[in-house]
Design a protein around this ligand. Structure first.
Ligand SMILES: [Zn+2]
Length: 79
């Protein structure tokens, strides 16, 4: 039996929920939520090295530890 699951670029590697990545949805990278927030170093450090640069984490995991600020991604088109 092959236990290897396909890597779904639309799922967060930390919590396995939809990451809302614009690129995974076929939208321009600049429209992704991650371009409008600072992804926490803590979240990046929690990623296995094999996942870095492979797929996005979700917003909830990415902004952990970051206080929400005014004017943050309120006009995101796809979430
Ligand atoms: Zn997540």
């Amino acid at each position: 039996m092959d236990a290897t699951l396909p890597t779904d670029p639309s799922l967060c590697p930390l919590c396995h929920r939809p990451n809302g990545c614009a690129m995974a949805a076929g939208l321009p990278p600049e429209s992704c939520w991650c371009m409008n927030v600072t992804v926490s170093d803590q979240a990046l450090a929690a990623l296995p090295s094999s996942e870095i640069g492979t797929r996005c984490i979700c917003r909830q995991c990415g902004v952990v530890g970051n206080a929400p600020g005014p004017g943050s991604a309120k006009d995101h088109p796809s979430i």
